[in-house]
Design a protein around this ligand. Sequence first.
Ligand code: PGA
Length: 273
Amino acid sequence: MTPSSPDTAPTRRPLVSGNWKMHHDHIEALHTVRDLGLRLKPEDIAQVDVTLHPPFTDLRTVQTLLEGESIPVALGAQHCNDHDRGAYTGEVSPQMLARLGVRYVLVGHSERRQHFAMSDDLVAATLRAVLRHEMTPVLCVGETEEERAAGLTEERLSSQLDAALRGLDPSQVAGMVVAYEPIWAIGTGRAATSVDAEDACLFVRETLRALAGPEAAQSVRVQYGGSVNPENAADLMAEPDVDGLLVGGASLDAATFLEIVRASRPAGPRRRG
Ligand code: PGA
């Protein structure tokens, strides 16, 4: 693959997302978001989009705070059901999220696939449900340690992307986010190297090109996730096909998360590492 030349350099706006998983009750959420709001400076978000994905029970609190204090962070959720309403005890519908001002929804996070038996079919249905309510899906894909060792990373990524996206209109794909999250890197402190992250994100983009055409592939933001921290963020973001970061553990503390946001600001032409 040829490195991006300056005149064809991607113009995708970086997207840094904090996935709190099952951490922070609504009181802790209030303190964390207030802290983030006090620290955030206009220049931090002048060239970077930021989203937070708290647990469901925090959403209303976080929404009120973001809106009331004009904190320039978009509200995200970690999952939703694929139906709009019905007898699905314990579930939350995409319609409910949209009404709360949620703009981004993680779809098919590996922890949902692994612990809650979320199949490729359910991922595809959930992704369509999110689109139906005009929110942005953040489709999560990634290989296990065994798949990587067996040289099956690309096969895994293409089958997950194909199962989730086949049949969608290219204009729907164009507005999406894909998060490449190698499972072996999640919560292990063992992030992918920036070169490995770039190779996988570039492969994701090539697969998107085959599925939805060159224009959609060029505009999709591809995030890297897995043990991102303030030390490795800038190197990862320097890669031309890494358009953002999906941050778990390091997003729980406002100051640490903000360091990652700051490290993600574009620093001149992006290079291939
Ligand atoms: P981590 O999680 O940053 O704690 O590795 C990333 C994720 O699962 O989204």
